[in-house]
Write a protein that binds this ligand. Structure first.
Ligand code: MN
Ligand code: MN
Length: 327
């Protein structure tokens, strides 16, 4: 269950209303790299971990819940940045800014400017956040990546945290409000934290490469296709050995010729640095058994209940380290 606490996780404040920045900040409320996406992604991923990987379930639900707390901070900040707008919109027609605009009074320029960006934001919500990105595109479940495989999901999360972080970094360039900057700095920092937490969780799963269960086809894993003409770059992506499987790169400079000579890449004898097909398929069998057992052995097939209301409800010993508080 969820339990709402009225205090925000971070003391969000604004110096003064700024509808223009409110609209930009909407990107992190209902946008593709925003807090709702992050919250829903980790929340959805957590379900399949509940029994087989309770430690990752705990992590995913903790971070998902923190992301909901960030969503609340972003929504609160948007609302504060729009302070006054809702009241003005509800005012009787004659004294509203819209009426002023129609009568050619002072705010016309400003309203046209804002309307050009995203008129629905003013007209539909008039004072609070809406579940769209900053251009009005509605939030969609398609933003959520969840594949019920931790070696895949945790990597999706590391990528999601990277994107959330850079969007906050960009957003900070569009406000001079020191309070808003402080809040954005907090939100950005937490994405750096989550990045490391997901990375650490991925490290606890061994082996975790390649993502998923099955190993490669040894004929194709170490090929670099030079698919362009002109100046070619060299780097660890096509020179030396590959980062994880440590196979020697085989650089194919004439892909068309190579494809024809190898009967469409089927007649290839892998080099010495590449494991044999038999060894790889043996690995497939072992890992299949391990991963499948991890899940099935932890998954009850009858009298199924999600919660036990026993031990897991007992408060744990607090391990919060003392935080320096300002006097
Ligand atoms: Mn966040
Ligand atoms: Mn995060």
């Amino acid at each position: 269950m969820f339990y709402h606490v009225k205090e925000l996780q971070f003391n969000a404040r604004v110096s003064k209303p700024d509808p223009r920045f409110a609209r930009l900040l909407l990107e992190q409320f209902g946008g593709g790299n925003g807090e709702l996406k992050a919250a829903m992604q980790y929340f959805v991923q957590a379900f399949s971990c509940k029994n087989p990987y309770p430690d990752k379930y705990d992590l995913l639900m903790d971070i998902a819940t923190e992301e909901f707390s960030h969503l609340e901070i972003v929504g609160a900040t948007i609302t504060m940045l729009l302070n006054g707008v809702n009241g003005q919109m509800k005012d009787a027609v004659e004294s509203s800014p819209l009426a002023d605009m129609m009568n050619g009074k002072a705010t016309k320029e400003e309203y046209i400017h804002r309307a050009l960006f995203y008129p629905q934001f003013d007209v539909l919500t008039a004072g609070g956040p809406t579940v769209t990105d900053s251009n009005g595109a509605p939030w969609t479940g398609a933003y959520v990546n969840a594949n019920s495989d931790l070696t895949v999901d945790l990597r999706s999360n590391i990528a999601a945290e990277s994107r959330a972080k850079i969007v906050y970094e960009y957003l900070m360039k569009f406000t001079d409000d020191p309070y808003v900057k402080e809040t954005l700095g907090f939100l950005m920092t937490r994405e750096i934290t989550h990045f490391q937490q997901f990375e650490a969780a991925l490290d606890t799963i061994q082996p975790n490469f390649p993502p998923g269960v099955l190993q490669e086809d040894p004929r194709h894993g170490n090929l670099y296709f030079n698919m362009s003409q002109g100046q070619d770059a060299e780097g660890p992506w096509n020179e030396g050995t590959s980062t994880r499987t440590k196979e020697e790169w085989n650089r194919i400079d004439d892909p068309l010729d190579f494809v024809c000579r190898t009967n469409g890449l089927t007649d290839i004898t892998p080099g010495d640095s590449v494991p044999s097909n038999d060894d790889l398929r043996k690995l497939d069998e072992e890992l299949s058994r391990t991963r499948s057992q991890e899940v099935t052995s932890a998954t009850p097939m009858e009298d199924i209940s999600w919660s036990t209301y026993g031990e897991e409800m007992q408060p744990k010993t607090h391990r919060t380290r003392k935080v320096k508080e300002k006097a």
